[in-house]
Design a protein around this ligand. Sequence first.
Ligand code: SF4
Length: 106
Amino acid sequence: MATTTSTTAAGERAARAGISTMWHLQIGWQYRAACKGPQSDLFFPPNHLERKEDRHERESAAKAICRSCPVLTQCRDYALMVREPHGIWGGLNEYERRQLLARRAG
Ligand code: SF4
């Protein structure tokens, strides 16, 4: 997904989601993201059907990067706030984020 080494998974996903440039600039935390560079492809599903085992392997690799990310909390909070429907954000996939939101709603 990343086309340059300065692009982050979070930033590119925000752009793909149609989030405005102004909003994009307001999430400056993404520039400290550990998912900069070519490994950002790990953070969202491919355009073709993905086998369950491949998905698990891809997501595990992405989550390992998230665990070392200095902006994990900001990224997770952002994804929860905008109800990001796809990909790994803040160390959680879309199902885990929905579960967390449901628990918080309680
Ligand atoms: S927490 Fe994960 S998805 Fe979010 S910016 Fe960091 S590495 Fe990227």
